[in-house]
Design a protein around this ligand. Structure first.
Ligand SMILES: O=C(O)CCC(=O)C(=O)O
Ligand SMILES: [Fe+2]
Length: 348
């Protein structure tokens, strides 16, 4: 990547408070007991609920995902990005087939300092649009002879993430006093979950660029693996609006609720802004897993979350349309900011 696109951006430095951001840590190890005791489940659900309400973000530890599964995925990512540019270009995404390799993504019209590889664990999916505007989500794997074990490592990791995501979904449902499996039906085999491997190269002017600009995740739930020793994820703390750094904690995942959970919960939980900074010395890797429902999902406040005193705060919207619009604006510079759920608020 050249530095021609370095440009001045709105960049308030992180709060100087070291480490002590107060970001909640949720220990999921009681789930490993079969069956977990009802008391433990209630306590866990309450912990997840408080974290989603107060922060929109938390660290999950004791999650049961094997270290080896994580290590293999990280190694696979490193090996992929170390390929010569022409090999990466061979699996480059296109406008009509937006999975695979990409190095020119924009967030809010500013180019990010990163390269990515995107995979749909449940594929193929297609998203019909006007006339010849169909998007086809089909994975573009590099040849196994060229990168042995790459595909297997990412598939193993994705399977572990799906298992964890379903557990978190149950805890979120319980925390909202919903049936434990209330949200599971949105994540059948037609889900549009995707997984991304990010590489943020060292940046000569980290004061002028961001690895990934401030944004909210538009899906239901994100589970992020952050590089063990580099760090760079920054979250906007709800209590005071400060940008705080989420220091990497070995063996943890960073979990955040996305816009869809915000809408489903009718604002009980909020999808929070975050971004990734870069540094001049070290490259950084991360692997977000975006747990997303089927394209055909109509997203709206759940009926259990709505009452006469607490009417629906959002108009319903099609996840497929929203996803398409987001993908489009990430793909190239557009004249407009990308779509936000705030635009669907009834009281705006
Ligand atoms: O790389 C990171 O730490 C953050 C990634 C992220 O927020 C995203 O891809 O949506
Ligand atoms: Fe994100």
């Amino acid at each position: 990547m050249d530095d021609a696109f370095v440009q001045a951006i709105e960049y308030r430095p992180v709060s100087p408070i070291p480490q002590a951001t107060g970001i909640p840590v949720v220990d999921l190890s009681p789930l490993a007991r079969m069956p977990p005791s009802p008391g433990a489940m209630n306590a866990l659900a309450a912990g997840v609920g408080a974290a989603c309400r107060d922060w929109g973000f938390f660290l999950a530890v004791g999650h049961g995902v094997p270290d080896a599964t994580v290590a293999r995925a990280v190694e696979a990512g490193r090996a992929f990005f170390a390929l010569p540019p022409e090999r990466k270009a061979a699996v480059r995404r296109t406008e009509q087939a937006p999975l695979g390799y990409y190095d020119a993504e924009h967030t809010k019209n500013v180019r990010d300092w990163k390269e990515v590889f995107d995979v749909f664990p449940h594929e193929p999916r297609s998203l019909a649009g006007a006339a010849d505007d169909e998007l086809v989500f089909v994975n573009k794997w590099p040849d196994d002879s060229e990168l042995p074990g790459f595909r297997a490592a990412l598939e193993e990791y994705a399977a572990a993430m799906e298992e964890l995501a379903l557990k978190l979904l149950e805890l979120i449902a319980r925390s909202l006093h919903l049936r434990p499996d209330r949200l599971h039906g949105f994540f059948g085999d037609d889900q549009t979950t995707y997984m991304r491997v990010n590489r943020y190269p060292p940046c000569p002017r980290p004061d002028l660029a961001l690895g990934l600009g401030r944004h909210k995740d538009s899906g239901a739930l994100t589970i992020l693996l952050q590089d063990d020793d580099v760090g760079g994820l920054e979250v906007r703390r709800r209590t005071d609006g400060e940008w705080v750094r989420v220091e990497p904690v070995r063996g943890s995942f960073v979990v955040n609720v996305g816009d869809i959970v915000q809408v489903w919960s009718n604002d009980r939980y909020e999808s929070v802004e975050h971004r990734a900074s870069v540094n001049s010395e070290k490259e950084r890797f991360s692997i977000p897993y975006f747990f997303n429902p089927a394209m055909a999902t109509l997203v709206e406040p759940l009926e259990e979350m709505v009452s006469e005193e607490n009417p629906a705060r959002y108009a319903s919207y099609s996840w497929g349309d929203f996803f398409r619009t987001r993908r489009r604006s990430n793909f190239r510079k557009l004249d407009v900011d990308n779509i936000q759920i705030a635009q669907l608020r009834k009281d705006k």
